[in-house]
Design a protein around this ligand. Structure first.
Ligand code: HEM
Length: 390
């Protein structure tokens, strides 16, 4: 175990709002052992930015981890060449060129259809009625699993996320995760002959075309599902909420003094949809006055890094005019989010402009307070709104 100073948290309070504890850790114990998480956590942005690149020390290879056991061995749990090989094989499906050429118009068609059905209602929970189906429909295209239902995409993504955080071995959580991975495997089995005959730009298709072993193909499609559904969903609903609660910032976009991408990047800095990425210590190491031992677990806290006052003035303030260049919402090392370009297109080019254009007079339903939670994954649980029905 590392000899980092110990910092205790109340897990429920940390889930409800991790930012006060993270601010205190950055101030008093920037690399701290948190017994309730069984891990040494890095909370300052520049420490994470440099140490995440030390893959010889902070390894992604976690052979006994729940992710490997439940979802198969994917690129996110590999280092070096093995990782880069799979990442390169996936790249043609998520490159800026493919996003522009293949995905953007399809994302827009999904948004238009969902909003067209929604508009006459005049009121909705935007998490369930817009952010969730849009994210899932886009992810069906990106993964190649167009045979899935959007609701399964969301539910199975969540079941895998719950499964890999199931450190207490809860049998029901494990069973739900197994059901989800079995459902995804069946969807993959159905699509393999289709995409072999008619290859396209989807992840499943390009991984098959690259000749990747089938177990690796399955594991990386599951990775894209577990990592590619909640985050755009949470960024769409979260950025919408942030703009509705900061009308002066929304005006900046409406007046052309700021862009939707500024709102998305600032939201992802302010409330990072992925707040943490875990690593296994691979060799003895000293950093920041802390000695690490092999097999220690380290958490890079992106959510904390993005509120680091050494890098961002008034970090708790949502301000779409700020320079977000130092944000590490998508990571800071070789595992930098493979879906970053697709997410920017989905949220900033499609979701936000379409939503605010189609639902005129969009406003929060003041009777239904917004609920928000999580620290490893953080997002809105509900977003009740109303608009001028049409
Ligand atoms: C707002 C949206 C998103 C955010 C904030 C986000 C954030 C992240 C973060 C923080 C990581 C880990 C980086 C690290 O450990 O250094 C990651 C990895 C990854 N993300 Fe995303 N993500 C988003 C959307 C997506 C989407 C839509 C996909 C679908 C293709 C995706 C696929 C991946 C993959 C495959 C990895 C692993 C990359 C690797 O191991 O090399 N993400 N993402």
């Amino acid at each position: 175990m590392s000899n980092a100073p110990q910092y205790d948290i109340d897990v429920a309070a940390f889930w409800a709002d991790p930012y006060p504890d993270l601010a205190r850790m950055r101030r008093e114990a920037p690399i701290a052992f948190v017994p309730q998480l069984g891990s040494t956590v890095f909370t300052r942005r520049d420490d994470i930015f440099t140490q995440e690149k030390r893959i010889d020390v902070f390894s992604s290879h976690q052979p006994n981890g729940l992710m490997n056991t439940l979802m198969g061995h994917n690129m996110m749990r590999k280092d070096g060449e093995a990782h880069m090989n799979e990442r390169a094989a996936m790249f043609p499906a998520v490159s800026p060129r493919t996003v522009r050429a293949s995905w953007l118009t399809r994302f827009q068609a999904h948004a238009d259809r969902i909003l067209e059905e929604l508009a006459p209602r005049g009121t909705a929970d935007l998490v369930k009625a817009f952010a969730l189906p849009l994210s899932a429909e886009c992810l069906k295209d990106i993964t190649g699993l167009t045979n899935m239902r959007f609701a399964d995409m969301d539910a199975w993504s969540q079941a895998m996320i719950d499964g890999i955080a199931n450190y207490n071995g809860n049998k029901q959580v494990e069973a739900r995760c197994h059901a989800a991975t079995a459902g995804i495997d069946a969807a993959i089995d159905d699509m393999i002959p289709v995409l072999t005959k008619h290859p396209d730009s989807s992840i499943l298709s390009v991984l098959l075309a690259a000749g990747q072993p089938i177990d690796s193909v399955r594991a990386n499609v599951k990775l894209a599902i577990s990592g590619g559904q909640n985050e755009p969903r949470d960024a769409i609903s979260g950025a919408t909420w942030a703009l509705l609660t900061h009308p002066e910032q929304l005006s900046l976009v409406r007046d052309g003094r700021a862009q939707w991408i500024d709102a998305f990047e600032e939201y992802a800095r302010w409330i990072a949809p992925i707040g943490m990425s875990p690593r296994r210590v691979a060799k003895p190491w000293s950093y920041g006055g802390v000695d690490f031992e092999p097999e220690d677990r380290g958490f890079f806290m992106f959510g904390s890094a993005n509120r680091d006052e050494a890098c961002f003035a008034e970090p708790d303030r949502f301000d779409i005019t700020r320079d977000t260049g130092k944000s590490i919402a998508f990571g800071a090392g070789p595992h930098y989010c493979a879906g970053a370009f697709a997410s920017r297109a989905m949220v900033a080019d499609v979701a936000l402009p379409s939503l605010f254009a189609r639902l005129q007079g969009l406003r929060l339903d003041r009777a239904e307070p917004v609920r928000i939670g999580g620290w490893a994954f953080r997002g809105l649980l509900t977003l009740k709104v109303a608009w001028d029905g049409s």
